[in-house]
Design a protein around this ligand. Structure first.
Ligand SMILES: Cc1ncc(COP(=O)(O)O)c(C=O)c1O
Length: 337
């Protein structure tokens, strides 16, 4: 039995899906949505808030403010409610309505930026708004997930050790790149403890993180409109770029096996499956699902949204999907070894 008295006290770090039955490739998908915030962002949110409290920057009466496309905002809304802080989430027009409603339900104030800044687009406009807020009132505390080292430290301290505990023979880890907190925390830990593991970053087309041109991006979570301050490419073995339309197809394919995941999971799984298909090696490969699919029910899983933004992307049975092979239901990853 697990008993908690604060929502941030619970997180499951040991649920994996064996994707062989969906994609016919040995790839384990670590599910990070099993907590009250519903995403991997619980970890950096907790780490950043607790560090700010330790340093004395965050104290009773402080108002938390942060820029988020959704998941960090939800996690901070939850933690702020739990600890009794006010929280203002600054987001933009790409944030799902469902996510904004979740934040509001948790008591957060949501500010949506709609006009891109000349420098830095919508993200630039969000940051400008936060800087103005903090300059006008010193009760505001901006955690700044884009530059805060406690973002990557959260994954250095928990995500990477949890993966290595279950997969001591890990060969390759695929990680989606947003702020690159997950990527850099895992990469730093693995470089120190298990330097043979290949680290492959997966980004979305239209993101400028790895020096490519900016383009339209509709799926929140992955990709950036500026170079991520936390990113250090010297830790990476490879970088994969995935089109959003392909990520959406992968989401639908997973959904037709009963696994409903968010758009960024579709992106990393698409990249990982391609990378593995190009290699004729038996590898122990893991990737990370930052959240589940309910938050994308009005976008990635909505035919009207798809018709508007990705004409040709169809909900419905994937044409190449074969009936699922009859198999014993695996319950314990250790039983697979
Ligand atoms: C759904 C989703 N996927 C991926 C990421 C990227 O994680 P990171 O910021 O650690 O690079 C995020 C971060 O907000 C996210 O919300």
């Amino acid at each position: 039995m697990t008993v908690v008295s604060a929502p941030e006290a619970f997180n499951s770090d040991d649920l994996y899906i064996d994707l062989r039955t969906v994609f016919h490739r040995a790839l384990y998908l670590k599910c990070e949505g099993v907590n009250f915030a519903g995403s991997i962002k619980l970890k950096p949110a907790t780490e950043m808030v607790e560090a700010a409290e330790r340093e004395g920057a965050l104290k009773p009466g402080s108002v938390l403010v942060e820029s988020s496309s959704g998941n960090l905002g939800v996690a901070l809304s939850m933690i702020a409610a739990s600890k009794g802080y006010r929280f203002v989430c600054v987001t933009d027009s790409r944030c799902n309505d469902t996510t904004k409603q979740l934040m509001a339900a948790l008591g957060a104030e949501v500010h949506t930026v709609t006009t891109p800044a000349e420098e830095g687009g919508l993200l630039g406009a969000r940051l400008e708004f936060i800087r103005r807020l903090c300059a006008a009132d010193n009760r505001y505390v901006w955690l700044d997930q884009y530059a805060n080292p406690n973002n990557w430290r959260a994954h250095y301290n928990s995500t990477a050790p949890a993966i290595l505990r279950e997969f001591p023979d890990l060969d390759v880890l695929f990680v989606g790149a947003g702020t690159t907190g997950t990527l850099m925390g895992c990469a730093r830990y693995l470089r120190e403890r298990h330097p043979g593991v290949r680290i492959v970053a997966v980004d979305t087309a239209g993101s400028v993180s790895f020096g490519r041109p900016a383009g339209r991006r509709m799926i929140p979570g992955l990709g950036m409109g500026m170079r991520p301050p936390l990113l250090d490419e010297s830790y990476l073995d490879d970088v994969l770029i995935v089109e959003e339309a392909d990520a959406i197809r992968t989401c639908h394919r997973l959904a037709h096996r009963g696994f409903l995941f968010g758009g960024s999971t579709g992106t990393v799984v698409t990249g990982a499956i391609r990378w593995l298909a190009d290699r004729d090696e038996e590898l122990t490969a893991v990737t990370i699902a930052p959240d589940f699919g309910e938050r994308y029910i009005d976008t990635v899983y909505n035919q009207a949204w798809l018709d508007e933004h990705y004409p040709g992307a169809m909900l419905g049975v994937h044409p190449r999907l074969r009936p699922a092979p009859r198999r014993p239901v695996q319950r314990h990853i250790r039983a697979l070894a």
